[in-house]
Design a protein around this ligand. Structure first.
Ligand SMILES: [Zn+2]
Length: 145
């Protein structure tokens, strides 16, 4: 009976460590944005690049290197959200636009689009900006460049 309990403890602690590392990655990503740097990671084993940055690669590689990407990209696709998922946006904020931006090296990033004066257009130039939420958490949004 003691072995399965030990296994469960190990599984939980590795999950907690993973979440802490994810938070550290995202914090470094947002801190970079505040300094005007747009950061991504690249696996030194297979060369795969990640946006948002990751510390582990599906190939099993754990040696990932930070690099800077041009923060301006083009709108790859977009959609209007009429029913926001709980915890993502307040009901009063709907409808809102979400989009996927394509950056150099074919990196794709999804985010909330703000500052639109007309309907989004695929191919329009956009960039990302850091944002501090009401909760004090750090996030980012997409805006026309
Ligand atoms: Zn890899």
């Amino acid at each position: 009976m003691s072995e399965p309990q030990l296994g469960l403890v190990q599984e939980l602690s590795s999950d907690v460590k993973h979440r802490q590392r994810m938070t550290a990655e995202f914090r470094k990503f947002i801190d970079g944005l505040k300094e005007g740097k747009f950061l991504a990671t690249e696996c030194k084993s297979c060369g795969k690049k990640f946006m948002p940055p990751r510390f582990t690669c599906p190939c099993g590689g754990k040696d990932l290197e930070w690099f800077e990407v041009n923060p301006e990209g083009t709108l790859y696709t977009w959609s209007i959200v009429h029913f926001a998922p709980e915890g993502i946006a307040k009901k009063t904020n709907v409808p809102y636009a979400v989009g996927v931006i394509e950056f150099e090296d074919n990196l794709l990033l999804t985010g909330h689009i703000k500052g639109l004066t007309s309907k989004p257009k695929v191919g329009m130039k956009v960039k990302i900006e850091p944002q501090e939420l009401d909760t004090g958490d750090l996030a980012y949004f997409i805006k026309p460049a």
